[in-house]
Structure formats: C-alpha cells, structure tokens
Design a protein around this ligand. Structure first.
Ligand SMILES: *Cc1c(COP(=O)(O)O)cnc(C)c1O
Length: 399
C-alpha cells in the first residue's frame, strides 16, 4: 500500500499500519445462525412426504442473511435445490462452489443471459415459446439438452405461460429435442391471506386450476418433471399444495407467514441485528432529540447513541416505534432515526456503557424482537424488512 507523506512538521513518518483490520463487530452487524437454518429446514422437511423435495429460496442474498451461508446450511438440513431471483445470484453461488441444482425464478429474456445460464448449469424459468426456442437453439449449438423449468400463470399475473393456452403449447414444447424439462410450476399470490383454506379463497382456486391443468397435459411416459406450486405459506397450509417439491423462503429463515400459525412448529430466527453503543449523554427535561425535534424529553434522560441508521436498512418510518434489548431489558428508541445513527432512552441503566452491544432484532433472555414486529409497525411485510439490510452491515456467521 502507498503511504502518502505529508509535509506537516509534526508528521509521524508514516501512518501506523495496525488500523486496517476493522472488527466486523465494531459498529453494527448481522449475526447469522447457520444451525438455526439447518434445524428449520429439517423441521419443515419433516412435514413433507418422503419423495417431496425442498427447494431453499436464497434470492436477495438469502433474504439478507448471506446466500452462501444459507445455502450451505439449508443443504445440510436436506434442501436438494436452490432458488435465486437473478442470473448474477446464481453465478455467485456457482463460483463459490455450490453444486446443487439452482433455479432462476426471474425471467431471462436475452440469448446472451440464457447462454450464461446454460454454461453455469443454472435452470431458467421459461414463460413463453419464444424463450423455449432460444433455449432449444442453445442446446442444439452445444450438442446438449438445456435444463429448465416451465411456469404457468394461475392467477398471479406475473411470469408464466397463459393458462388457457398452455396444454396445447406443451405439445409443441415436447417436440423440442434440445431442452430438458426439469420442472413445471406456478406461484401462489395469496397463500398468507386470512382464510387461505376457505374453498372460495384465491389460494384454493389457484390450486384447483393448477391441478386441472395437470390433468389436461399429456406427459411422456418416463418424464422427470417436478411439479411445484407452494411457497412457505402454501407449504404450511397442507399436503395438497406440496406436489413434488416446495419452494421455501421465509419460514426457513424462522418466520411463519401464516396468521394462524401451526402450534407444532417451532421455527428459530436465524438473524440477529446487533449494534454498539457509540456514545452516551444525559439531557435535561424539555430537550429535543434528533432531526425535527419530534421527541422532547419529559424528564432528565440518559441517551445511548447507537451506530446504525436507515442507510444500514433500518426503516426511518420506525422512528420512535422500536426497542433495543440489553441484558434481558427493553429500551425504547426515541427521536427520528437518522442515516447512520439513532438514539435510545436508557434512563435508569448503569450497566450500558460506551461499547456495549444492544440487540435490535433477535432475542436475549425472554425478550424477543422479530422482523414481524418491525413489519407491523412500519406497515410492510417481513420479507421487505429482511432484504432491506445493506452491505454496510457485515454478516457474521455464528455457530
Ligand atoms: C420468493 C419466492 C418463493 C419463496 O417465498 P416465501 O414466501 O418466502 O417462502 C417461492 N417461489 C417463488 C417463485 C418466489 O419468487
């Protein structure tokens, strides 16, 4: 490394070289419990029939947990396939040595992307004859079969072949000699709704449509097509949604998407969000805190300044609505959450010092704060909370 010498008369000759290895736990960080992921996958798998496969959905960097770590422990727990959203996410896993089958859930529409997908043994999701043809041509060019999954739209209106035309189009697709259909799937739009098992629910309607379609399709005798429909919510509803494989994200990370949760399920959150106290101050009664002065102290108040903010992925809309845990006690966050810092009222505590660690998500003793709580308070869903965490937060695997 080049050290720039200053001409200052008090210069030290060169900067000391010890300062460059910053401790990842020096400011704010995410701890990922690999064992919790593994246990969750094992537990969820125990709800499936023996032949039903488990696809671990690790898109968006493993819902913010680190896709590599999640993949490793999910596979240990029995996941036999991985799902990612983008080509790049798939490539990243391949280059870190993951050999498990990977399905790309997003749409690749250029020949270039499909070639890269093919060369790296990543299966694309195919929603049209046009894409099927491109894949068939790529397979032909390399003298091989291009493995892929076909998707049919049953009510999400996102990706997928048009429902009414699919059975007929499938006949044409079967004639393509250089593709290998590894899967046929659809996606539920509302399985976490209030009464998903009501016979008239969107979820039941989608399942019926999907089953109707399977009856119309003429499969080849020795086909090896995995049929799949369920996300976490669908998987937890009942076995009618399982088919040959389930694609599970949220519940593998430790959170049930269902409003009425299965009492026999004890999922463990795999993510802990921790932060250091960077500064402590005492303010008098009637003093405002943070931007806009939205919080004014009603008594002499001891404040801890935590070094984390919305630039790390803590939504600003949670200002004044969240808590931090220290030694099995909860402390309220006060004032606006700023870009890089936030304040917590620690009045009455003598144990919290500069450099103490506080927990924003996770548990300590009998106190727990979950992304489900944050989602409720900021009027969003836990999925969005989890994948909002930025790269500025180091991920630290603990086990
Ligand atoms: C994200 C995703 C899943 C996983 O959803 P969860 O609700 O997190 O289990 C499954 N299938 C598809 C197509 C997805 O995009």
């Amino acid at each position: 490394m080049q050290i720039r010498q200053t001409n200052h008369e008090f210069n030290f000759g060169s900067y000391p070289t010890f300062g460059n290895n910053i401790d990842p736990k020096q400011r704010a960080w995410i701890e990922v419990k690999g064992k919790a992921l593994e246990t969750n996958v094992r537990q969820l798998r125990s709800k499936l029939s023996k032949n039903c496969q488990f696809m671990a959905v690790v898109k968006a960097d493993g819902y913010g947990h680190d896709a590599k770590v999640v993949s490793e422990f999910a596979i240990k727990g029995g996941a036999s396939q991985l799902g990612v959203a983008t080509l790049k996410e798939g490539l990243k896993l391949r280059s870190s040595g993951v050999k498990t089958p990977i399905l790309i859930l997003g749409n690749l529409y250029t020949k270039k992307d499909l070639i890269i997908s093919f060369k790296n043994d990543l299966m694309p999701t195919i929603s049209s004859i046009r894409e099927c043809l491109i894949c068939n041509n790529i397979g032909k060019h390399f003298g091989l079969k291009f493995s892929l999954h076909l998707k049919v739209d049953t009510g999400m209106s996102r990706l997928g072949f048009e429902y009414n035309k699919f059975a007929q189009q499938f006949e044409k697709i079967k004639s393509f000699e250089n593709i290998f259909i590894k899967g046929l799937y659809s996606h539920l739009s509302s399985a976490d709704e209030l009464n998903p098992l009501d016979p008239k629910s969107i979820t039941q309607l989608q399942r019926q449509k999907f089953q109707e379609l399977l009856k119309q399709i003429i499969f080849d005798k020795n086909h090896n097509i995995k049929i799949h429909l369920a996300n976490s919510a669908g998987m937890l509803l009942n076995k009618d949604f399982h088919f040959d494989m389930v694609r599970v994200g949220l519940s593998m990370y430790g959170y049930s998407p269902l409003t009425k949760s299965d009492k026999n399920l004890s999922l463990q959150p795999a993510l802990f969000l921790k932060v250091k106290v960077a500064f402590i101050r005492i303010i008098d009664e009637g003093v405002s805190v943070s931007y806009g002065g939205t919080f004014v102290s009603s008594r002499k108040t001891k404040l801890a300044v935590l070094s984390i903010g919305y630039a790390d992925g803590v939504p600003r809309s949670l200002s004044g609505k969240i808590k931090a845990i220290h030694n099995n006690k909860l402390y309220p966050q006060v004032g606006s959450i700023t870009m890089d810092q936030m304040m917590v009222d620690i009045t009455g505590s003598n144990e919290i010092k500069i450099g103490s660690t506080m927990i924003l998500l996770g548990s300590d003793g009998d106190k727990t704060i979950s992304p489900l709580d944050w989602a409720r308070e900021s009027k969003t869903i836990p999925w969005e909370i989890l994948c909002s965490f930025k790269n500025r937060l180091p991920r630290v695997q603990v086990d």
